[in-house]
Design a protein around this ligand. Structure first.
Ligand SMILES: [Zn+2]
Ligand SMILES: [Zn+2]
Length: 154
């Protein structure tokens, strides 16, 4: 039981680390073609960028199936990825971009820091120069502000 919980938590943390890397080097790199939609035009409910979420869901589903067939730890890892997806959806699509039919607004605490950080990520509409690539982890707003300024002048 304990081991399974650790695998789930490792899945969540591991996914955030992977997401930071993936967002920075893939989505703001060769994958910009899909991600650009999320930085540039905001009309319409769905964005090309949502295809990333679709793909990650397919991968998680595949891991669930493979895990239950061959190796249970993999199933728990997939559970961690799925929980990450829910947390990501809550913070990114919910708190930051308000894609819910209702409004939940946070004004303080760590969640507010996450919201501010991701808003700063959206200060750029280009592939280069963006800051704060994480979704559940973010630097202090002051640090990000300084970085943004630096990126703009160089
Ligand atoms: Zn981005
Ligand atoms: Zn966003």
């Amino acid at each position: 039981m304990i081991v399974n919980i650790i695998i789930v938590i490792a899945g969540i943390i591991g996914m955030e680390v992977f997401a930071i890397w993936f967002h920075k080097y893939i989505m703001h790199g060769p994958g910009w073609g899909w991600h650009e939609s999320h930085h540039v035009h905001t009309d319409g409910y769905f964005e090309k960028n949502d295809l990333y979420a679709v793909w990650f869901s397919v991968i998680a589903a595949g891991l669930f199936i493979a895990g239950s067939l061959y190796w249970m730890p993999l199933w728990y890892f997939a559970l961690g990825l799925t929980i990450y997806g829910v947390l990501y959806g809550f913070v990114h699509d919910g708190l930051v971009h308000q894609r819910w039919p209702f409004r939940v607004v946070v004004k303080r605490g760590y969640l507010y820091r996450l919201v501010l950080a991701h808003r700063m990520h959206h200060h750029t509409t280009t592939k280069e120069g963006a800051v704060s690539f994480g979704f559940l982890w973010a630097e202090k707003p002051e640090a990000l502000k300084a970085k943004l300024k630096e990126n703009k002048t160089t």
